[in-house]
Write a protein that binds this ligand. Structure first.
Ligand code: AMP
Length: 213
């Protein structure tokens, strides 16, 4: 299965993807996670992406497309994947089509998580992310069992520099202007399913699996 998880920042894409990969045994490919790894490793890509990410802006398409091209060529992506946070612009979606076409593949489903803007700020500002596995907790809505420690792998939880109210507003603006049109791009193919992303994580997961059939 090749899936795209789509939705604004804080919609729960990463959280739901982590649950689904455990059941489907396919990798979660999060461009945000890969970029943060590059930054930690101090690669040229990480250095170049830093300013955009810290300001809540999108990293330029050419950098992202090259990075995803490399990731999709890895062995584990052969059986399928969940794309989380990509494509985020129409040119990225067009480039993904090109990469898939070379392999005679296509996207099976685009799952759109709908969350009202009013919920987004509280979700993102209270988010605490695992340094090692990228899993997200929330101080109020999904607290870890042990303070500051990821439930999944025991990694250290931290607050992302772009998870502040001011940065989330910029990111939401980027979403509205550059990312939302990507859903329309896939709409014509009849593969888009919309899911209410509010409520308990388990309930959202149930709806998501229902949408996958
Ligand atoms: P995320 O972890 O998905 O919230 O992404 C964090 C940041 O990484 C975004 O605000 C962007 O600066 C950058 N980023 C992640 N994925 C993409 C993408 N597909 N296109 C452009 N920038 C991206």
């Amino acid at each position: 299965m090749r899936l795209i998880f789509f939705g604004p920042p804080g919609a729960g894409k990463g959280t739901q993807a982590k649950r689904l990969i455990a059941e489907l045994d396919i990798p979660q490919i999060s461009t945000g996670d890969i970029l943060r790894q590059h930054r930690r490793a101090g690669t040229p890509l990480g250095v170049e992406a830093q300013g955009y990410m810290d300001n809540g802006k999108l990293v330029p398409d050419d950098l992202i497309i090259a990075m995803v091209g490399e990731r999709l060529a890895e062995d584990d992506a052969g059986v399928g994947y969940i794309l989380d946070g990509f494509p985020r612009t129409v040119p990225q979606a067009v480039a993904l089509d090109g990469l898939l076409k070379q392999r005679g593949q296509s996207i099976d489903r685009v799952l759109v998580l709908r969350v009202p803007d009013t919920n987004i700020i509280a979700r993102v500002v209270g988010r605490r992310v695992c340094k090692s596995c990228g899993n997200a907790h929330h101080v109020e809505f999904n607290p870890p069992k042990v303070d500051g420690v990821c439930d999944l792998d025991g990694g250290e939880l931290y607050q992302r520099a772009d998870d502040t109210e001011a940065k989330v507003r910029v990111r939401l603006d980027e979403y509205t202007h550059n990312t939302a049109p990507v859903a329309a791009y896939y709409e014509q193919r009849g593969i888009v399913r919309e899911i209410a992303g509010v409520g308990l994580i388990d309930d959202v997961f149930g709806r998501l699996k229902g949408a996958l059939g």
